[in-house]
Design a binder for this molecule. Structure first.
Ligand SMILES: [Zn+2]
Length: 65
């Protein structure tokens, strides 16, 4: 008599569970920060510019070193 055994698809992961990446605070994990573009003597804001986050260098993850 055959016994029907429900087999779950075995997904074996040999990789170690990676620690969750800590999001970079200034950019919130996006790797980009928007900053106001100012021109002139009065530093008038003419718009916003998106630049690479200098805290994480665009990786979005907080660096620990
Ligand atoms: Zn960042």
């Amino acid at each position: 008599m055959a016994v029907a055994t429900a087999r779950k698809p075995a997904r074996r992961r040999t990789a170690k569970p990676e620690p969750e990446p800590v999001k970079c605070t200034p950019c919130g994990g996006t790797g980009e920060v928007s900053r106001a573009v100012r021109v002139g003597r009065k530093q008038r804001v003419v718009g916003q510019q998106t630049g690479m986050c200098l805290a994480c260098f665009g990786s979005g993850e907080a660096t620990t070193d």
